[in-house]
Design a protein around this ligand. Structure first.
Ligand SMILES: Nc1ncnc2c1ncn2[C@@H]1O[C@H](COP(=O)(O)OP(=O)(O)OP(=O)(O)O)[C@@H](O)[C@H]1O
Ligand SMILES: [Mg+2]
Length: 264
């Protein structure tokens, strides 16, 4: 059994003049410890796919098909099960860390909150948070714990988000364009940290990006999505060197720098 099995997932959203189907029969699987890239153009349905896994869809979204995480149906989970799933099993990192962290609470509060809810003592929670800040290479972790989000750079805040997911012991990370808003150097650092933590903790990761080179550089397999449909899933290297679907070929050809990752 795979860690995550998505079968025939279809999502239809209400719009002003009726409704609009945004995902069509999406099938995806993710094994324990595996990284899967989900690549596609803007509006192709990448975020909707990730959000479906955590049931974070717009109100009145209609969802068909099945999403099974570790043998349990996500779509049938009750609110308590869903909270538990989000707190302990599946974490999500968004493009803009700043908008998903409460601006009036300290980094320490943000990091310890989930641990305290889980029944950990304040002292242990703080020790764990310090450790996880170290793990994402944030120096002077003690002082950072007292800082507010506006006092940290975007790259540092994204690392705090990663720390929060890793320390919770999540088994699956959904990284939705988690590094796209960062400058190139910071992006490389954050991607490096994600890849390292993924390996050391054996995390599974759904890595959403529109950057095929980035996908190939850190993900075992790559899935390509076009207009709400998965058109191809292959080992990243194979997809890169021998794409089979016309759309993937176009996508590879339309990269801003088609010489890609092999360019010095
Ligand atoms: N709240 C909403 N109501 C109706 N349609 C929506 C809503 N949110 C997104 N959509 C539509 O759903 C489709 C898929 O959107 P989604 O956000 O998953 O795309 P994406 O691949 O993540 O794009 P991007 O790379 O720009 O983040 C798009 O056509 C989008 O316009
Ligand atoms: Mg998106």
């Amino acid at each position: 059994m795979s860690l995550l099995e998505i079968q025939s997932l279809s999502v239809t959203l209400p719009v002003a003049d009726g409704e609009r189907q945004v995902l069509f029969d999406v099938d995806l699987t993710l094994e324990e410890g595996e990284t899967l890239a989900l690549v596609g153009e803007s509006g192709s349905g990448k975020s909707m796919t990730a959000r479906s896994i955590l049931r974070l869809l717009p109100p009145r979204a209609r969802v068909d098909g099945s999403i099974v995480f570790d043998g349990r149906s996500v779509l049938d989970a009750d609110p308590a099960e869903l909270r538990e799933l989000r707190r302990t099993q599946i974490g999500m990192i968004f493009q803009d860390a700043r908008s998903s962290i409460d601006p009036v609470r300290t980094v320490g509060d943000f990091l310890t909150e989930g641990l305290l809810i889980g029944g950990m003592s304040r002292k242990d929670a703080q020790a764990r948070a310090l450790q996880s800040l170290d793990a994402v290479r944030i120096s002077d972790a003690r002082a950072r714990m007292r800082a507010y989000p506006h006092e940290l750079s975007g790259g540092m805040l994204q690392r705090v988000m990663i720390a929060s997911v890793v320390q919770a012991g999540h088994r699956l990370i959904l990284a939705d364009e988690a590094t796209s808003a960062l400058d190139v150097t910071t992006q490389a650092e954050v991607v490096g940290i994600l890849a390292e933590l993924q390996k050391t903790h054996g995390l599974a990761m759904l890595f959403i990006t529109h950057d095929l080179d980035l996908a190939a550089s850190i993900c075992h397999r790559t899935a390509v999505i076009n207009r709400g449909r998965i058109v191809e899933v292959q080992d990243s290297d194979a997809l890169y060197s021998a794409p089979t679907h016309e759309y993937t070929i176009q996508l590879l050809a339309s990269r801003p720098n088609p010489a890609g990752r092999n360019t010095p």
